[in-house]
Design a binder for this molecule. Structure first.
Ligand code: B16
Ligand code: MG
Length: 214
């Protein structure tokens, strides 16, 4: 019986994925390289440090430790310049309504995001109060595809993985959910994500239908 929903943030609740992509591309171009939309799929759900390692490998650049730290700070400054414009109207189609509806039905709500900026983004959307637990990049040692973020989320809801549904838009995130023993709703392509069920957006289903299905 499903009693809790654990949501990824970027690409599930809000389209901050486009801001991450823009910020990382600016950085890659500074390094004299670039990367494609397809390569960007490999960055979704992946921590800041692991994303930068991948981009450096793609560009073929060689950089020292201090430059690596500076580049992470630069990327975050660029990302923050873009997310500053977010407000309560900026959820993905049906996402905020879906979460509010699930909360009103007594389903426990948690966040499992790789982003260290997740609490600020939830505040901008005006939905922080709906969350019983918020696990983000500041609370985990091992990033997705490791299941730590979702296992801590289930703990925060005081539920077992089998009692929670994870909502994810990234390959790494679906792998994390499955590795933790969770059923997973994929937001996006079934072929790419390989979750248990797939929708284009949260608004394409209802909390009741999903609870009945699992
Ligand atoms: P930050 P999610 C992830 O969030 C993003 O998908 C990923 O692109 C980003 O690198 C990561 O957060 C870290 O974000 O730099 O803000 O700490 O999809 O797990 O909600
Ligand atoms: Mg995501």
């Amino acid at each position: 019986m499903i009693k809790g929903f654990l949501f990824d943030l970027d690409g599930v609740i809000v389209d901050t994925a486009v801001f991450h992509f823009q910020a990382w591309r600016r950085l890659a171009q500074k390094l004299g390289g670039d990367f494609t939309v397809e390569q960007n799929e490999q960055l979704k759900g992946v921590s800041r440090v692991d994303s930068l390692k991948k981009i450096i490998a793609w560009t073929g650049a060689t950089i020292d430790n201090q430059t690596f730290i500076n580049l992470m700070e630069l990327k975050n400054e660029c990302y923050l310049e873009l997310v500053v414009q977010l407000g309560p109207k900026d959820g993905l189609p049906g996402a905020l309504e879906f979460i509010r509806h699930a909360h009103a039905k007594g389903i426990l709500i948690g966040l499992g995001s790789a982003s260290k900026n997740a609490p600020m983004v939830l505040d901008k959307l005006g939905i922080t109060a709906l969350f019983t637990t918020i696990i983000d990049g500041n609370n985990v040692v091992n990033g997705k595809p490791d299941p730590e973020v979702f296992l801590k989320g289930a703990d925060g809801l005081d539920l077992k993985p089998a009692e929670c549904l994870v909502f994810e838009d990234s390959i790494a995130g679906v792998q994390a959910a499955k590795a933790g023993g969770f059923n997973c709703v994929g937001i996006g392509s079934a072929e790419l994500l390989k979750a248990d069920v797939h929708f284009q957006a949260l608004g394409s289903s209802t909390p009741e239908a999903l609870v009945a299905q699992f």
